[in-house]
Write a protein that binds this ligand. Structure first.
Ligand code: NAD
Ligand code: MG
Length: 385
């Protein structure tokens, strides 16, 4: 294959590291344009040097002198701040990995979409917040949005050449997170250290907490709603503790297609990197005999109300999913900081949702304004907790 160009937004994160691991195995296959991070300057500079990136950008502008010093003599451009992230993300490339965490990734991801290339999306919060604004931009600029989230990548593969009109149900699988068998009292006392220790996946702190509250699956429900045009009533969630079946599509003739694989994000990332072909990964082959059993159970929305909140937000549409996402980001940060109890995360999100229902956003700046205001309201609530 000829050499392709790639930018990785969120290069120092868990998804960024998995992507770079694959790129590292095929150095002749890739030309790295932009690598970005929020603040880990030393790590970012080392990656930029290793991969001979064109530009390295740090989101927090205070670190610019440090980044410049770390890249001195390399010929690699150094830039900083939110506008620089957008500028770098807007440089033409064959494929962008959108792997910043949270709504902070929205503007850079939109800049990548506006180039009209392939955008491999891990940053689910961006699509949840921007919804139609993002999907309209994808259509307007002729971009290709490839889902990296393992469930959505699985669904994308299972839909293949089928007509969405023939789909009866899409079922997102959920591991259930580290607390899936905990009772209400145990949940109330869950600590940040326990919440970030996921049984099956090794991920960033924010998504690990989302997985523990099941808000991750709620966000993924909204993500699926925007990616796959089958309507909310055809989207379901099932708890599958082994995380081997990554999601399923059931067709109207009764046939169900599932995608299986190891719990290793390099598999869906590779599927996006090589699309529409396939590439090698170092992941161990799936050993179903060793796994032995695959089990499934219905989600429990009494203990984990986040999926109900997300479904209601998706049904309300407009700005409401952006409010849900922003409130959740603030509540998760407050929980990780020890300010609020684990079970208050969903409660805070519900409180913000019941107090703030702005009109539907028409453009990126509208979405960012909703996000900003919802964060301010959520902060007031968490600070008074
Ligand atoms: P992470 O915390 O490990 O990494 C996040 C990256 O974003 C880092 O490079 C960080 O520097 C950067 N970043 C953080 N805040 C930023 C800001 N304000 N401005 C600019 N950059 C910022 O997170 P992760 O686990 O790699 O997740 C990244 C995204 O991928 C999330 O949206 C997550 O939901 C999604 N995702 C992750 C996994 C996984 O296995 N890790 C699986 C599916 C989806
Ligand atoms: Mg997922």
């Amino acid at each position: 294959m000829t050499q392709r160009s790639i930018s990785i937004l969120g290069a120092t994160g868990s998804i960024g590291a998995s992507t770079l691991d694959l790129v590292r195995r095929d150095p002749a296959g890739w030309r790295v344009v932009a690598l970005t991070a929020q603040c880990r300057v030393g790590e970012l500079a080392a990656l930029a040097r290793e991969f001979a990136a064109q530009i390295a950008v740090v989101g927090d502008a205070r670190y610019l002198p440090e980044l410049r010093a770390a890249l001195a003599g390399s010929g690699i451009e150094a830039a900083a701040g939110p506008a620089a992230l957008v500028e770098a993300a807007g440089r033409p490339v064959d494929i962008t990995i959108a792997a910043i965490v949270g709504c902070a990734g929205l503007a850079p991801t939109m800049a990548a979409i506006e180039q009209g290339g392939i955008v491999a999306l891990a940053n689910k919060e961006a699509l949840v917040s921007a919804g139609e604004v993002m999907t309209a931009a994808v259509a307007r600029h002729g971009a290709t949005l490839l889902p990296v989230d393992s469930e959505h990548n699985a669904i994308f593969q299972c839909l293949c050449a089928n007509d969405p009109a023939d789909v009866r149900f899409i079922t997102l699988t959920a591991s259930g997170g580290p607390f899936r068998d905990w009772n209400a009292d145990q949940l109330a006392g869950a600590t940040p250290a326990q919440a970030v220790r996921h049984p099956n996946w090794d991920m960033g702190a924010k998504i690990s907490v989302d997985s523990a509250t099941m808000m991750n699956k709620g966000l993924e429900l909204i993500e699926a709603y925007h990616l796959f045009p089958v309507g909310l009533d055809r989207l379901r969630i099932i708890v599958h503790p082994q995380s081997v079946v990554h999601s399923m599509v059931e067709y109207r003739d009764g046939s169900t297609l599932a995608q299986l694989g190891p719990s290793d994000m390099r598999v869906p990332i590779a599927s996006a990197l090589a699309w529409p072909r396939r590439m090698d990964t170092p992941c161990a082959p799936l050993d179903l005999a060793a796994i032995g059993e695959l089990t499934f159970r219905a989600p429990d929305e009494a203990r984990f109300p986040a999926t109900r909140l997300a479904r209601e937000a998706a049904r309300a549409g407009g700005a409401i999913p952006a409010v849900l996402n922003a409130a959740n980001e603030i509540a998760v940060a407050a929980f990780l900081d020890g300010q609020i109890a684990f079970t208050r995360i969903a409660a805070h999100v519900e409180d913000v949702l019941s107090s703030f229902a702005p009109p539907a956003p028409a453009c990126l700046s509208d979405v960012l304004a909703v996000d900003h205001e919802a964060r301010a309201r959520a902060r007031l609530l968490t600070e008074s907790a």
